[in-house]
Design a protein around this ligand. Structure first.
Ligand SMILES: [Zn+2]
Ligand SMILES: [Zn+2]
Length: 241
C-alpha cells in the first residue's frame, strides 16, 4: 500500500466523499469516518467478556460464555468490537455486498483500538486476514477481512501477511449451517502458502464471529505450521445465548 500525505488525503476526500458506515449518508469534509450521532447507535461489547472468545458474558463474574464452556476453540483469545445485530448487521452487509470498502477505515480503527486495549494480546507479531476463495475474491473484488487487517496493521505497526493462509476449497455459506455442519464444511478449506515461515503469535482478522468455526480452522492450520498462539479479532460478534 502506498501512503498519502495530509494534502493527498484531503484531496481524495473532496473528490470522493466517504459514507457513514451506519446510515450510509455522505460525510461532510472534516466530519471523519462516521457521523457522531450514528456512532452511538452501534452496540458495543461491554467491559465484561468471555476470556476465550470475547463475547459478552451474561453474568459479570462469568469467565467463559455459555458457548466456550461447552466447546473448545483452536484459537487462544478473542476480541470483538460490536454486537452483530441491528445497524451493525446492515452495515456489514453493505460493507461486503454493496462495495462499501471505505467503511474499513472507521471499523479498522475501532478494531485496532480494541486490540491495543487488550494487554493479553500485546505479543502479537503478525496479522492474518481470513482469506476468501479466489473465485469469491474475483466476484467481490476485495476481501473485507484484509481491508480491516490493513488498517490495523498500519495503526498498530504489526505486519500483515494476506498470502500466508489460502482458501483452497470453495465452501458453502456458513450462515446456512449449524455448528457441526460449519466445522465439517470448513475441513481442508485452508492451507499455508509457504512452509518455511517462522510463526509465534498471530492475530487472525475477520468481519463476523458467529460460532468461531472459521477462525478455529485458520488457527488450526497456523498452529500446525508452528504458531504458538493465535488470537481472533473480529468486528462484530453474535449475541450470547
Ligand atoms: Zn450516519
Ligand atoms: Zn466465549
Amino acid at each position: 500500500m502506498f501512503s498519502l500525505n495530509k494534502a493527498g488525503r484531503l484531496l481524495l476526500e473532496i473528490l470522493y466523499p466517504g459514507r457513514c458506515p451506519v446510515c450510509d449518508g455522505i460525510l461532510a469534509l472534516g466530519e471523519g469516518y462516521i457521523h457522531k450521532d450514528c456512532a452511538g447507535s452501534l452496540k458495543r461489547v461491554g467491559p465484561h467478556y468471555c476470556m476465550k472468545c470475547g463475547r459478552p458474558v451474561l453474568k459479570e463474574e462469568a469467565v467463559y460464555c455459555s458457548f466456550c464452556k461447552e466447546e473448545k476453540h483452536d484459537f487462544d483469545r478473542g476480541v470483538s468490537v460490536y454486537m452483530y445485530k441491528g445497524d451493525m448487521k446492515n452495515s456489514v452487509y453493505r460493507f461486503k455486498y454493496a462495495n462499501r470498502q471505505e467503511y474499513a477505515r472507521y471499523y479498522g480503527r475501532e478494531l485496532a483500538a480494541a486490540i491495543a486495549a487488550r494487554r493479553d494480546m500485546r505479543d502479537a507479531q503478525l496479522i492474518v486476514p481470513v482469506p476468501l476463495h479466489p473465485d469469491k475474491l474475483l466476484k467481490r473484488g476485495f476481501n473485507q477481512a484484509e481491508l480491516l487487517g490493513e488498517e490495523i496493521s498500519s495503526l498498530l505497526k504489526i505486519p500483515m501477511d494476506a498470502e500466508l493462509v489460502r482458501r483452497v476449497r470453495a465452501t458453502r455459506a456458513q450462515k446456512e449451517l449449524g455448528a457441526y455442519e460449519r466445522r465439517k464444511n470448513l475441513k481442508k478449506a485452508f492451507k499455508i502458502g509457504q512452509n518455511d515461515v517462522k510463526l509465534n503469535t498471530v492475530i487472525v482478522v475477520d468481519d463476523i464471529f458467529t460460532t468461531g468455526s472459521t477462525i478455529d480452522e485458520v488457527a488450526r492450520v497456523l498452529k500446525e505450521a508452528g504458531a504458538k498462539r493465535v488470537y481472533a479479532a473480529t468486528l462484530a460478534i453474535g449475541a450470547p445465548k
